[in-house]
Design a binder for this molecule. Structure first.
Ligand SMILES: [Zn+2]
Length: 327
């Protein structure tokens, strides 16, 4: 038997963040909105469409999206808060000033790469950060993003994230809202959102015996497919650093490989995909953070969030009782 091959690989995405943003109604001069060509955004074309735009394209900082644990939870919170009546434009602007655009970064990376090559250095981040502070000259660089595009990307991501939470937290009632099983040509097929997916098993009896298992597997396989497709958009294999040791008799030369992606959205999907590969984390039912449960029935990342969720439920019950009393 052949030994399987494995090696360490670095995941990295340098995200650029403009410190101050504002809304503009028209694109800055000289730019074309190519997003309208993408079918998924056609529906978003609207006369009232606005763009979030950097106030000063030369005023920015950068971070590595694979080293910041708070990005995904903060995106989950953003979507939750806006869905609960928060001011979308205001909240999205704040998020973008903290974490940057979801879509618009690819050209920045091309430039960064070029700068790194010019500097002829491979010592990764330090150099990369220095390169950031060279003045922007390329007109191809985009320092704005369409609000509807940002929002579509954010809500789609959080939607899948919440579905993953339902799987890890064994919320079978919620899973049943979007997963169903249907008998077809002697096979039981999975339906997700009403569409046929893959074969689940041979008999309905199997599912009746252990429904949770079949709902979890069906939902999980669906997520793996969705997320891996989105994660690999613009993905590239690259080299992080060169290692070269030479002794009197032999040379030891190798590179450290790294995986790069095209924009923050892909980086978040790649992190999501890596989470699916780890199999030891759940998503907190309150804050949406991934956490490692100490017991299999843990639903919350901390005692504090368990208590908060409990008091929220009690408040909701009281409100219901109050409403009933008034009837
Ligand atoms: Zn939590």
């Amino acid at each position: 038997m052949q030994n399987s091959f494995s090696t360490e690989i670095k995941f990295t995405f340098l995200q650029k963040v403009y410190k101050k943003a504002h809304y503009i109604n028209d694109l800055p001069e000289g730019y074309t909105d190519f997003s309208v060509l993408r079918p998924e955004y056609r529906k978003a074309i609207d006369k009232d469409e606005v763009y979030i735009c950097a106030k000063d394209p030369t005023d920015f900082f950068a971070y590595d999206a694979f080293e910041e644990p708070e990005i995904i939870p903060s995106l989950v919170q953003l979507v939750d808060r806006v869905n609960n009546g928060g001011n979308k434009k205001e909240m999205v602007k704040k998020w973008v000033e903290r974490w940057g655009f979801l879509e618009e970064s690819a050209s920045f990376h091309k430039r960064l790469e070029r700068d790194l090559k010019n500097l002829n250095s491979i010592s990764a981040l330090d150099t990369a950060f220095n390169a950031l502070f060279t003045p922007i000259t390329a007109k191809s660089e985009r320092y704005f993003e369409k609000l509807s595009e940002f929002w579509d990307s954010a809500t789609q991501f959080v939607h899948l994230w919440r579905r993953y939470q339902q799987i890890t937290n064994r919320e079978i009632k919620k899973l049943q809202e979007w997963i169903s099983f249907e008998e077809k040509y002697d096979l039981i097929k999975v339906q997700i959102d009403g569409e046929h997916f893959t074969n689940a098993t041979n008999t309905m009896e199997d599912i009746k015996k252990d429904p949770l298992y079949y709902y979890q597997i069906a939902g999980f396989l669906y997520l793996v497919e969705k997320i891996s497709v989105k994660a690999r958009l613009g993905m590239q294999l690259d080299v992080e650093s060169l290692l070269f040791e030479s002794t009197y008799t032999e040379d030891f030369i190798k590179v450290m490989p790294k995986i790069k992606v095209g924009n923050l959205r892909s980086a978040l999907y790649l992190r999501f995909f890596l989470l699916l590969c780890q199999n030891n984390q759940k998503i907190c039912a309150l804050c949406g953070r991934p956490f490692i449960p100490t017991r299999s029935n843990n639903l919350y990342c901390s005692e504090q969030h368990k208590r908060t969720a409990k008091s929220r439920r009690q408040r909701q019950r009281k409100t219901l009782q109050f409403l009933k009393g008034k009837e």
